[in-house]
Design a protein around this ligand. Structure first.
Ligand SMILES: Cc1cc2nc3c(=O)[nH]c(=O)nc-3n(C[C@H](O)[C@H](O)[C@H](O)COP(=O)(O)OP(=O)(O)OC[C@H]3O[C@@H](n4cnc5c(N)ncnc54)[C@H](O)[C@@H]3O)c2cc1C
Length: 416
């Protein structure tokens, strides 16, 4: 089905009876060229680029629940490319460029809203670090502006500039950053992949792998055996559980990350704002709710709900920079399972088992990566070679000392 202004107009006149489901609900075929495990953002984007860009259409996406039941439907929707390290920045900027064309590309309104992302700094030394990051961004073709206190006061007069503990001195501002309606991204990619013949199979859980002589030949599922010579795992927070079924131990821990939404307020935030002295970030949805979050719960878990200490910690962060948030009522909150890697950076790579590929380790920054992750994974699956912006995301980088520690926190996953 093609969306257009004319179609909406005509449907409006004829009682909106002509809209069709966006994708089919097929039963699995016995064999595919490529099987993608996980119908989240990254799995569906991979299927979309395989079928639309690399012309490989005999593909199945196998999802244990329904589309959008994982982190793609649970995140706080922020997109940005404000990274420092040369292994990361070109990849996230590639993703930003794909976001900017996405809605035209897959003919679906994903509400890509480039209202900007503002990282607040609180000291001279933090400003220097942000200037360095801004320069790294500009060198990779991204946009970055340093705002001083005066500039910032004009844009966000409600911030607590004179807070005794965390005085606000300015911000690193990426005007092209912003937010995107998260589940519409899954639906748009699903629609585009399905239109090219990709089978999206929901309520189908992968329970094991068929491995013979070091080669993966298919998967076992609750709907039977499905064969393929290329199997691509893409299950985010469930990565360690799924890959353990192939005997692979990953440098990943799973933790819960919570998100919060307030009651609807009049438009107040110009874009995304992040606290520089603790973990708190906030944006305002199109419906007016303040959407915010902070740190992960500090223990390993596969639960999709978190605990109260983090709620308190996140709200303290909000109050420190934006006391008016204390007057807003919290409407709802939820959790998602994060695949936290040892250095905070992701993996898009082959494994030691022939035909078995792995995509994961996105920590709590994988939503913004969705288009580039899908594109680069599709590139690896189709050509056998990594895409140039994802060459460093290797599973074996720890063995070689090639860690990508964006935050400089060392090998402690819960700190990244
Ligand atoms: C509260 C929260 C806030 C976040 N905020 C941001 C943000 O603002 N910006 C940002 O960039 N990132 C953010 N993230 C991170 C981002 O959401 C994730 O990194 C990203 O969505 C992970 O990729 P995905 O979409 O493919 O994952 P998912 O949507 O989780 O997809 C994985 C899928 O695999 C399926 N699966 C698991 N096991 C199996 C199996 N055995 N068989 C078949 N299918 C299986 C799951 O059901 C799931 O649907 C946030 C995450 C959370 C939870």
């Amino acid at each position: 089905m093609k969306y257009s202004g004319l179609k909406i107009f005509l449907e409006g006149l004829t009682g909106n009876k002509g809209w069709k489901p966006l994708w089919r609900n097929p039963e699995p075929k016995p064999k595919y060229d490529i099987i993608i495990i996980g119908g989240g953002g990254h799995g569906l984007a991979t299927a979309y680029y395989l079928s639309n860009t690399f012309n490989i259409k005999n593909v199945a996406v196998i999802e244990k629940g329904w589309l959008g039941s994982g982190n793609i439907g649970r995140n706080t929707t922020i997109i940005r490319s404000n990274y420092l390290l040369p292994e990361n920045e070109p990849f996230y900027e590639f993703s930003m460029k794909l976001w900017e064309n996405l809605e035209k590309d897959f003919n679906y309104n994903a509400m890509v809203s480039q209202r900007g992302v503002m990282n607040i700094f609180h000291s001279d030394s933090q400003r220097d670090a942000f200037v360095r990051r801004g320069n790294a961004m500009i060198m990779s073709g991204a946009d970055a502006v340093i705002l001083d206190e005066k500039d910032l006061k004009k844009m966000t007069p409600f911030l607590d500039f004179d807070n005794a503990r965390f005085p606000i001195k300015g911000a690193l501002w990426q005007p092209r950053g912003g937010s995107v309606r998260h589940d519409a991204v899954a639906w748009g990619y699903a629609k585009g992949a399905d239109a090219k013949g990709v089978d999206i199979i929901q309520n189908c859980e992968v329970t094991g792998f068929i491995i013979k002589n070091g080669r993966c030949l298919g998967v076992e599922t609750n709907k039977g055996t499905i064969k393929s010579t290329k199997i691509a795992s893409c299950v985010a927070g469930s990565s360690s559980k799924v890959m353990s079924k192939a005997g692979i131990k990953l440098p990943i821990e799973s933790h819960v990350l919570q998100a919060f939404v307030s009651e609807g307020l009049k438009p107040v935030l110009p874009g995304v704002i992040t606290f520089g002295a603790g973990h708190f970030y906030v944006s305002q949805s199109n419906k007016g709710g303040l959407v915010f979050g902070g740190d992960i719960d500090g223990y390993n878990s596969y639960a999709q709900r978190g605990n109260l200490p983090v709620v308190e910690d996140v709200c303290e962060g909000g109050m420190a920079i934006m006391p008016m948030i204390g007057r807003a009522r919290l409407l709802r909150m939820w959790g998602g399972i994060m695949d936290m890697s040892m250095d905070g950076s992701p993996f898009i790579d082959k494994t030691d088992i022939k035909g078995l590929f792995f995509n994961g380790g996105w920590c709590y920054g994988g939503f913004k990566a969705t288009p580039a992750s899908g594109y680069c994974y599709a590139h690896l699956l189709a050509t056998g070679k990594p895409h140039k912006t994802a060459e460093s995301f290797l599973l074996k980088r720890f063995e070689k000392g090639l860690i990508i520690d964006e935050k400089g926190q060392g090998n402690q996953p819960n700190l990244h």
